[in-house]
Design a binder for this molecule. Structure first.
Ligand SMILES: Nc1ncnc2c1ncn2[C@@H]1O[C@H](COP(=O)(O)OP(=O)(O)OP(=O)(O)O)[C@@H](O)[C@H]1O
Length: 930
């Protein structure tokens, strides 16, 4: 019982107990499942579905590009691709042999191949290749118009053999081609079987009233003998346009196209001529003779004489049934191709096995050489006998020819006739003979005088078709070679040509004679399977090997299946690697040739393919991973190199800049007067700050470190005063917290304990400055107080208890400080938010250096300016009044604050440091100089 075959490698090879029955049963099963293609070995079998199952799309074709035949579902595209690949990769000429009965799908298969080749081109020289592709495809339309006809077996049957050569450039792109025709069925022109049509060209021309029909007096509505019982249809009219556009696409000159249609018209008109013999033995021609000679471009006289000549020298009666000679030739052609197929397949296999040192027992198969020789053997073959008969100067009849054949071929296994087999009632006595499958008779020749007639035509194209017509008149008496001989010769040339090429095969099978879809005629299929030798082919393949592959290619394809070969084999050669690989996979049905591995069963190949397909995704991911990693590493290295270069450059620029600075320092004895422009991105402010620190360090170095904070205050005061006051205590040591100094404050201990508790309760930070003051308030009252400035606030303290009076004022709230340019100890601390300035006269300690009192204004100023800047980041405004009057705000009102015209006596100043009259406050300072 046959099992349903799977699509893939050599389907039928998988079957056990293969017989013709199981084979056909499987073929049928596939046909029912709309699977029209299958492989036997590398031979593609196509069963004509008579319905559109094939998807002609770029996407569909793309699936076959560069893939092995067994990788994808069977299709003509796979054959085309394999064929083109061998050509591209191995530089070998290839051919595809398409064979099968009439209507089995040969032409369609060849069109698929051409479409595939046309689509599978590279992008270079696009225009030129597009033109070649166009010519390839469009040439079919013309060939079909003039060479195809509707027969009872096929609505669009090719009535000629076709051999198409396509030439490829080194890249595998089609660059040209040549089409040879074999044996056009000429007898169809004058003789039609019931239900059949003549060549499409006649119907196409007569489907419309066009320039040609008008020119030669033809009418689409008229009836012509050549058309038989059929008439032109709307489809013919459509195809007429297609043919003309194909002429156009193939760059036929307009004059040539006109010539061609004139010839077609001429043939139609020839069919309308009537011939009678006049009593004086002359030929009388009736019918549209003038239109006919016009269309053929010959003179009436020439036509008349060549027609008459033919009758006179024909030399034989019409002994033959029409349309059978061509069939005989077609059958002969098929036999020849079948022989080639068998020989090539077996020869190749056997040669390969011998070359590779593989054990091989030759398989028995039916060799149809005997049939071919029956037809074409010199002297003894049918063609030779027919030629001999035709050469006979006396008239020779069917019976005589048959007798000659019977005599010469008696005893041949594949030849028979009624005379030789009297019991075979299917054969007519004295008429029929049979060659195994097919029988045929032979007579065809075109006489030299007719060739001369056509060669003399005004129609250039017609004249060019018959160059032999121009040869010496002396040769005209010589009989031309018979059609059979011509055909035999061209077959021999074809076979020689094909033998030099790497062959691919497509075998077309016709499922029924009615051109109907879904219909299976068992007998018809059986007949084809038998004569195409399909079952034998399977047997040969079964006895042989399902696949053979070069070791390097096999390894490349399957190396990932074993840890010993993936990613690389450590041994020395590919054969060892394949052996290790297969041992690891426990595959044993193989033989190892010298350069190739032979795999016996397709099942093994399936298994390898399946295992490979399973692994591929992870390998793809691995490769992607590695590649991405490589890319990232490459990118990283580049980035790192760029950063290194950039850093080196940056360092170099900095070094160069610093060298410039050093030069500047040397020039100016350690001072940079003019900063040279810094390179971009160099933090010049930082450098400048470093420079300043360094300069400051040099300046400060001679001064004891303990004095540095004091120095900082002095610098603050100096920069705030900007030389607006001469004496500000700069020459003496600043104490800061004077109240803590017992020489200044007899209650220093009480102050300190009070300060400690204040620091604890209010977290005001260190005491930076403190002293006694005379304070003048908004009620024009004078009070003795102590002033304390901590890190964050300004306190007014009770002069005896040192307790804070009111809330302290935050340093950040100070708006400005006003002082006089003379050396008085008057200080106005402006506090805008309180609307009351702090107006105080500082009570300076005795100065050790001068013996007078020290100046506290500068010190207070230094502390406040410095702290204000540290807390707010801004400069505190310092106003220095150069005259004798300044101002202050008390109780929200601005009041004048002045110094007395004459210096007060120290006693008076001590008694009332501030007085007021008429809203003017006068400060009577004791002179202070430090
Ligand atoms: N693959 C296919 N899919 C669908 N229909 C097909 C296919 N192949 C052939 N046919 C049908 O069968 C018809 C006959 O096919 P085609 O003309 O190719 O046969 P052929 O073998 O070239 O015949 P002949 O020898 O008479 O020229 C086509 O016109 C088409 O209708």
């Amino acid at each position: 019982m046959a099992t349903q075959p799977e699509v893939g490698v050599s389907d039928f090879v998988l079957l056990d107990n293969l017989t013709t029955d199981t084979f056909i049963e499987n073929l049928h099963l596939r046909f029912q499942n709309n699977k029209i293609y299958t492989y036997i070995g590398e031979v593609l079998v196509s069963v004509n579905p008579y319905k559109n199952l094939d998807i002609y799309s770029m996407q569909h074709m793309a699936q076959y590009r560069g893939r092995e035949m067994f990788e994808v579902t069977p299709h003509v595209y796979a054959v085309a691709d394999a064929c083109q690949r061998v050509l591209r990769q191995q530089g070998k000429d290839t051919c595809v042999l398409i064979s099968g009965e009439s209507g089995s799908g040969k032409t369609e298969a060849s069109k698929f191949i051409m479409k595939y080749i046309a689509a599978n081109t590279t992008q270079v020289h696009r225009d030129y290749i597009d033109r070649v592709k166009n010519v390839l495809i469009q040439s079919n339309s013309i060939l079909e118009t003039f060479g195809n006809a509707k027969t009872n077996r096929n609505g669009n049957s090719s009535r000629f053999g076709k051999y198409m050569d396509i030439h490829f450039d080194y890249k595998g792109d089609p660059v040209g081609g040549h089409i040879s025709n074999y044996l056009l069925e000429k007898s169809r022109v004058v003789s039609l079987q019931p239900g059949e049509r003549n060549f499409h060209a006649f119907y196409q021309l007569l489907s419309t009233n066009n320039a040609t029909t008008k020119k030669f007096g033809l009418a689409s509505s008229a009836v012509y003998k050549i058309l038989g019982s059929e008439r032109a249809t709307a489809q013919d009219s459509k195809l007429f346009s297609v043919t003309n556009s194909a002429f156009d696409a193939l760059s036929f000159l307009q004059s040539v196209v006109e010539d061609i249609w004139s010839i077609v018209a001429g043939v139609i008109l020839l069919g309308e001529l009537t011939f009678t013999e006049t009593p004086d033995g002359q030929l009388s021609i009736g019918g549209p003779l003038t239109q006919c000679t016009n269309a053929l471009g010959v003179s009436e006289q020439a036509l008349r004489s060549s027609m008459a000549g033919r009758v006179l020298s024909a030399g034989g009666d019409l002994i033959f049934e029409t349309n059978s000679f061509e069939q005989f030739c077609i059958n002969y052609c098929n036999e020849k191709l079948q022989q080639l197929f068998i020989e090539l397949v077996l020869k190749q296999e056997q040669e390969e096995y011998a070359r590779e040192g593989i054990q091989w027992t030759p398989i028995k198969y039916f060799n149809n050489r005997v049939i071919c020789e029956l037809v074409d053997a010199p002297h003894q073959g049918l063609i030779a006998i027919m030629d001999e008969a035709c050469l006979n100067p006396t008239k020779i009849s069917d019976t005589q020819l048959l007798e000659a054949m019977d005599r010469r071929l008696n005893g041949h296994k594949h030849y028979t006739s009624r005379q030789l087999a009297p019991t075979d009632k299917k054969l007519k006595h004295g008429v029929d003979f049979r060659i195994t499958h097919y029988a045929g008779e032979n007579k065809d020749s075109l006489w030299q005088d007719l060739k001369r007639l056509l060669h003399s035509s005004d129609n250039r194209s017609l004249a060019d078709m018959w160059p032999e017509g121009g040869t010496n008149i002396q040769k005209t008496s010589k009989r031309p070679p018979s059609a059979a001989t011509l055909f035999r010769n061209s077959m021999a040339a074809l076979v020689t040509g094909l033998q030099s090429k790497e062959p691919f095969y497509v075998r077309c099978v016709k499922p029924n004679p009615h051109q109907a879809p879904n219909t299976w005629d068992e007998q018809l299929v059986r007949h084809q399977v038998a004569y195409l030798g399909l079952v034998e082919n399977v047997r040969v393949r079964r006895a042989g090997f399902a696949s053979r592959q070069r070791y390097d290619r096999f390894l490349k394809r399957y190396k990932m299946l074993s840890q010993y070969t993936w990613p690389n084999f450590r041994g020395s050669n590919d054969k060892d690697a394949v052996m290790v690989l297969l041992r690891d996979l426990h595959v044993s049905d193989v033989q190892f040739g010298h350069t190739k591995l032979f795999i016996r069963s397709a099942k093994t190949l399936h298994g390898l393919e399946a295992a490979r397909a399973e692994l591929i995704p992870s390998i793809v991911i691995l490769l992607q991973k590695l590649w991405r990693g490589t890319l990232a590493r490459m990118r990283y290295k580049k980035m790192k190199a760029a950063v290194t270069i950039y850093n080196a450059w940056k360092r170099y620029r900095v070094r160069r800049y610093i060298a410039e600075l050093q030069a500047e320092l040397q020039r100016n004895r350690g001072v940079i007067r003019q900063w040279p422009p810094a390179p971009r991105r160099l933090p010049a402010p930082l450098l400048q700050a470093a420079y300043r620190r360094w300069r400051a360090y040099l300046t400060l170095k001679p001064i004891p470190r303990a004095q540095w904070p004091q120095l900082k205050m002095k610098i603050c005061a100096a920069s705030a005063l900007r030389a607006r006051r001469t004496h500000w205590g700069q020459d003496r040591q600043w104490i800061g917290d004077y109240l803590a100094d017992s020489s200044y404050n007899s209650k220093a201990a009480a102050y300190q304990s009070q300060l400690a508790s204040l620091q604890k309760s209010q977290q005001v930070g260190r005491a930076l400055f403190s002293c006694r003051v005379h304070k003048f308030n908004r009620y024009n009252k004078l009070a003795e107080r102590c002033l304390l400035i901590t890190e964050s606030a300004i306190f007014k303290l009770d002069a005896n208890t040192f307790k804070p009076l009111k809330k302290p004022t935050a340093i950040t709230e100070v708006g400005a400080i006003r002082i006089m340019s003379s050396d008085v100890q008057l200080v106005v601390i402006s506090i805008p938010s309180a609307k009351n300035d702090l107006v105080v006269g500082l009570v300076a300690p005795n100065s050790n250096q001068t013996g007078g009192t020290a100046d506290l204004v500068g010190e207070l100023l230094g502390v406040l300016v410095n702290r204000f800047n540290m807390l707010t980041g801004q400069e505190l405004s310092v106003e220095v009044e150069s005259g004798a009057t300044t101002r202050c705000i008390l109780g929200g009102k601005t009041r004048a604050l002045q110094l007395p015209a004459a210096p007060p006596s120290p006693a008076a100043a001590a008694a009332a440091p501030f007085t007021h009259a008429h809203n003017v406050i006068t400060y009577h300072p004791a002179s202070a100089r430090a």
